[in-house]
Design a protein around this ligand. Structure first.
Ligand code: CA
Length: 245
């Protein structure tokens, strides 16, 4: 295992599920420790090996996952936490988020979705780290004739300042981080707006229109923020300097 290996703590008392998840995450290149109880999780968390993400089952034999999450946060631990639970009631989800969880997945879930959410959690944590470093060159996006600095929120089109709202920047950032991938409206709503199971997606469509007006050479014939029929949107980066309208 090298230093860049991503380490995950899986807190899950169902042996079969824990073993399956451990195997699948290891196949993806992660290192996984499993704890079957809250006590064991606490012991592993106290060890000197820090984790990049924690997958936390809500119903554990000795402690409630919400309480464990709250305890971690109270102790100043900021490791991203994804709660796993059979409970899908909205109240429970809110309780999880209030306890300091970063995301929430209801059992039974599709493995691919869990993997995608864990990747997303770790990516978001990395952004947080990057923005602590001033003027990180990695936070600049060149899109056609536009230059977007995600650290300073300075956006220029052919050298002229362009004003984007925080949410427009967050949405653009999410696209820039996922080039070429079809992103559903649900995913965008969850990842950018942090809204889970929100019924209307009109907001997402409105924001895509705004990004198109800002960045597309011809907003009526998009080539950057593409609609994928019945699926969502796909970001196709323009080569720097190209795409004059
Ligand atoms: Ca359980």
């Amino acid at each position: 295992m090298n230093e860049s290996t991503i380490r995950i703590l899986l807190v899950e008392d169902e042996d079969h599920l824990a073993a399956g998840l451990k195997l699948n995450f290891e196949l993806e290149g992660y290192a996984v420790d499993v704890a079957a109880t809250g006590r064991e999780a606490g012991r592993l968390l106290l060890a000197d090996q820090p984790y990049d993400a924690i997958l936390l089952d809500v119903t554990l034999p000795d402690v409630d996952g919400f309480a464990l999450c709250q305890k971690l946060r109270d102790a100043g631990n900021t490791t991203p936490v994804l709660m796993l639970t059979a409970r899908s009631a909205l109240g429970d989800r809110i309780e999880g988020l209030n306890a300091g969880a970063d995301d929430y997945l209801t059992k039974p879930f599709v493995l691919e979705e869990l993997l995608a959410r864990v990747r997303s959690l770790i990516r978001r944590r990395d952004w947080g780290r990057k923005t602590e470093t001033p003027r990180n060159a990695g936070n600049v996006l060149r899109l056609g004739e536009a230059v977007v600095d995600f650290d300073t929120h300075d956006v220029r089109m052919r050298g002229e300042p362009l004003h984007l709202t925080k949410l427009e920047l967050d949405l653009l950032r999410y696209f820039a981080d996922n080039p070429g991938r079809v992103l559903s409206r649900e995913e965008l709503q969850q990842e950018v707006w942090k809204l889970h199971d929100y019924p209307s997606h009109r907001m997402v469509d409105n924001f895509i229109m705004r990004l198109r007006r800002h960045f597309e050479p011809d907003p009526r014939n998009p080539v950057v923020f593409l609609s994928v029929r019945g699926a969502g949107y796909k970001f196709v980066p323009l080569a720097p300097g190209s795409g004059v309208a």
